[in-house]
Design a protein around this ligand. Structure first.
Ligand code: GTP
Length: 349
């Protein structure tokens, strides 16, 4: 079985985090997000993966290489200009030999891929889309279906009064190879807005596979933080990380290699420290993710925030809930990064 993992997006909603790394490389606990995704594919018996990339592709290639280290075969295809979520698939058709999985490179889910494959084979459709229920579907692509799973209609970001279902496109697809022939070449094509709506008017049905597995799109800072916390709390089962070695840290938390926490600091619960972080006395960190090399000064406080690599938080500074701080930023001693602020302020998308 082959898979395509879409990793070409600019990740504008995650800015400023994605100024320094592409979205697939943002760390989730102890390793880049995409490594968790690839390990999940390998566990499901999918060893060959095509990666259509575009934004900062070198960071992905440098980390994963040809995949041999993970016992996988990885092929990179770099787009000069973004081809969109369907254009990117058409552009890698030379690698695809049969039915294939497609994954949005920003979805974390416990979906059972084997069960989805079985459903697809039984239904005999041209493709199968994974659906997940959400409380408020107005920001998503909603998918209407018959009781047997046949998809009848797509509604992209419906207004509240237009909502007819809370099942949304969850970003994992299983497609027959012939789908590739239906995607125009040489231009940006969206699978959600163009290809899927066209497919439902064809002769072979498109099916929905709805499950209530763990599912989150890490493409927004609040979701990215939540994904880290869910793994710490065990809500999202992930076979990785051992317990933290630091006595000063309250569980569940994760402390990366070579990080030091003063025993008079208060860290956790719900804290992820990357590698080589330093936390000084009387600092207070709660429900936050700090990437590698972050330095937290004496008496500083960080709550519900995400700090990219090598950020320095000065003594007695305060980083408030929902704040996101980009790579290498200096937060002056005694200053406040207010709730929801982004430092630096991202340029408009
Ligand atoms: P935002 O800018 O924050 O919306 O993020 P994004 O650019 O990643 O877009 P979105 O979340 O809608 O993309 C869904 C998935 O498709 C992600 O895994 C993206 O990496 C990927 N993707 C989006 N556009 C392209 C593209 O033009 N080419 C390729 N190869 N992948 C893409």
């Amino acid at each position: 079985m082959q898979a395509i993992v879409l990793v070409g997006g600019e990740g504008t909603r995650l800015r400023p985090l994605t100024y320094s790394v592409p979205k697939p490389m943002v760390p989730l606990l102890d390793r880049p997000f995409m490594e968790h995704v690839l390990l999940r594919l390998r566990d499901a018996g999918i060893n060959e993966v095509v990666l259509p990339a575009c934004y900062l592709p070198e960071a992905i290639q440098r980390h994963f290489g040809d995949g041999e280290r993970m016992g996988m075969r990885l092929h990179y295809v770099i787009e000069e200009a973004p081809l969109g979520t369907a254009g990117a698939l058409r552009n890698v058709e030379r690698f695809i030999t049969g039915p294939f999985f497609v994954f949005n490179g920003d979805v974390l889910t416990s979906l059972d891929l084997g069960a989805m494959l079985e459903f697809h084979r039984r239904s005999g459709g041209i493709g199968t889309l994974h659906l997940t229920p959400v409380e408020d579907p107005t920001a998503f692509g909603c998918v209407e279906r018959e009781p047997d799973g046949r998809i009848t209609r797509f509604a992209e970001k419906p207004k509240p009064h237009e909502v007819t279902t809370n099942s949304i496109n969850a970003g994992t697809y299983l497609l027959e190879r012939e789908v590739l022939d239906r995607i125009p070449t040489g231009r940006n094509v969206s699978i959600e807005r163009e290809t899927f709506p066209q497919l439902i008017s064809g002769d072979r049905p498109l099916y929905a596979y709805a499950t209530e597995d763990y599912w989150i799109d890490i493409g927004k800072p609040e979701n990215y933080l939540k994904a880290n916390l869910d793994i710490l709390r065990g809500t999202m089962p992930l076979r990785t990380v051992g317990p933290s070695a630091e006595a000063a840290v309250k569980h569940p938390s994760f402390v990366g290699a070579h990080s030091t926490v003063d025993r008079r600091a208060e860290v956790g619960p719900g804290v992820v420290l990357g590698r080589g972080c330093r936390v000084a006395a009387r600092a207070h960190i709660y429900e936050s993710v700090l990437w590698d090399g972050v330095v937290v000064g004496e008496g500083a406080s960080i709550e519900g925030a995400v700090l990219a690599g090598d950020v320095h938080v000065g003594a007695n500074a305060r980083v408030e809930r929902g704040a996101v701080v980009g790579h290498g930023e200096r937060i002056p001693a005694g200053s406040v990064v207010p709730a929801g602020a982004r430092v630096p302020t991202p340029l408009p998308a």
